[in-house]
Design a protein around this ligand. Sequence first.
Ligand code: GLN
Length: 290
Amino acid sequence: MYNYTHIQSSGVTDAKKEITMKKIIAMMLALMLVMTGIAVFTSCENDTPEETTTEAPTTEEATTEAPAPAVIKMATNAYFQPYEFYDGDQIVGIDAEIAAAIAEKLGMTLEIVDMEFDSIITAVNEGSVDFGMAGMTVTEDRQKEVDFSISYANGVQSIIVKEGSSITCADDLYAEGASYKVGVQLGTTGDIYATGDFGAENVTTYSNGNEAVLALLGGDVDCVIIDNEPAKALVAANKGLNILETAYANEDYAICVKKGNSELLAKIDQAIKDLTADGTIDAIIAKYIK
Ligand code: GLN
């Protein structure tokens, strides 16, 4: 475009020509620098991302990077097979998988925090976690402390006894003159109902079902009242135990959030509805409960 050959062909003397040429070259270089600058500036205005890295970006697209998905924290007690339990150092199970599916619907990454069952509602209310999910039964007392989602599963309180026990059905626990020692998991509905029915003096609390079952095997208690699916897992893992055919109570499991967190609750409810409608929740439950 800026043709040097063309300038050389002008009719001036050599000395002058040389000076003139130097001036022209200098001017040309200056002009080229300016043009290059314009070219760089112009390139900054287009949308090609690699050309916008160092200059002040001029488009939304250039400034906004996709943010990492936000983390949503779930509190649980991971000794409650098949709802939540350890597989190596991973917490797996029905609740863990349903929670992961809910988090995915919310565009968030799930983080599971393992704690005592009895600490979950406090953690939710303090805000150290976003929700609690632990095969947690909806009860009127808990509803005063936290808000519950719609139910995603049913629970049953079962009674575990040693083979040959004189307790053969739920009614035996209430029989005239009966004074059985009951083992439960601290803070669970098994604990709450049994304490109400048989008195705190007849109920011993343990931090998980496994400890309660060891106490039963060791003769410290006469039966263990615990949710039916964990009861099945505990009986399968320990010889000499039976689950009574009569249930102690029927319940609904739900997710709890901090009281008043209606925004998160609405999202969780919608996710549960969608995951129920498309069969995801049934498939997860069927994977763990045969
Ligand atoms: N369903 C029982 C409750 O809500 C037990 C739950 C549990 O031990 N994880 O109290």
